[in-house]
Ligand binder design. Sequence first.
Ligand code: SAM
Length: 210
Amino acid sequence: MCESKKYWESCFEKVDLETYDFSKSKSYPFLANFCENYLEKGDKVLDLGCGGGRNSHYLAQQGYDVYGIDIAMGAIDVCKFRFERYNLSGTFKQGTFDDIPFTDEFGGIVCIAALDHVTFHDAQESIHEVRRVLSEDGVILMTFDPPGTDEDIIDDAEILPDGTLKFVRGKQKGMLFHRYKDKEIKSLLGEKNIILFDYTENGTRMIISR
Ligand SMILES: C[S@@+](CC[C@H](N)C(=O)[O-])C[C@H]1O[C@@H](n2cnc3c(N)ncnc32)[C@H](O)[C@@H]1O
C-alpha cells in the first residue's frame, strides 16, 4: 500500500460511525452557490476525493445524482454509512484521481481540498482523467489550500523534485501536499478553461473550470 493511501486510511480508521455526529461536518461553503449557478437540476455529479462525504451529502440533499470516489476505503465506508443513515442515494467507489472507476459523463465534478494531496506530476496526469469523465458542457469546482499551509511542520517533510511536500515523520507522515502557486493552478487546468479564479478569506483558491 502506498504511504499516502496508508495515511488517509489511518484518518478514517479513527471515525466511530455509530457515535459520529455527521451534522457537524458542513459542506464546503461555496458549494451551494456553485450548484445554483453552474449545475442543472438532477445533474450527475462526481465528488472526487469525497472523504467522509460532507459535500456528497449536500449534493444528494439537493437532488443531484451523486457519485464519489476516494483513495481510502475507509472514506468510502463512511460515505455509504452516512447515506444509509440519512436515507440518501449515491454511488461510492474506491479509486484515485488518475484512475476514476466510472465511464459516465458528469455534468459537475467537485474536488474540494483534495487534488493538492498528490504530486504536481500526478495532478497533471489526473486532469486528463477528470476531463475524460466530464460531459461536454460539464463544470468543475476545485479548491487548493493556501500556499502557506503546514509551514509550521515543514521540517517533517521532504521536498520532492516537483516541489511537493512528502511528510516523512510526525502526525501527517505519509501525506503528500503540493503548495500550489496560482500560476501552477492555471497551467494545470489551462487558463482558457478557467471560468472563475477566486480567493476565500483564509487564502484558499477556488476555481471553476471547464
Ligand atoms: C482533505 S480531504 C478532503 C475531503 C473532502 N473533499 C472534503 O471536502 O471534506 C482529502 C481527501 O482526498 C483523498 N485523496 C488523497 N489522495 C487521493 C487520490 N490520489 N485519489 C483519490 N482521493 C485521494 C483522501 O483520502 C481524503 O479523503
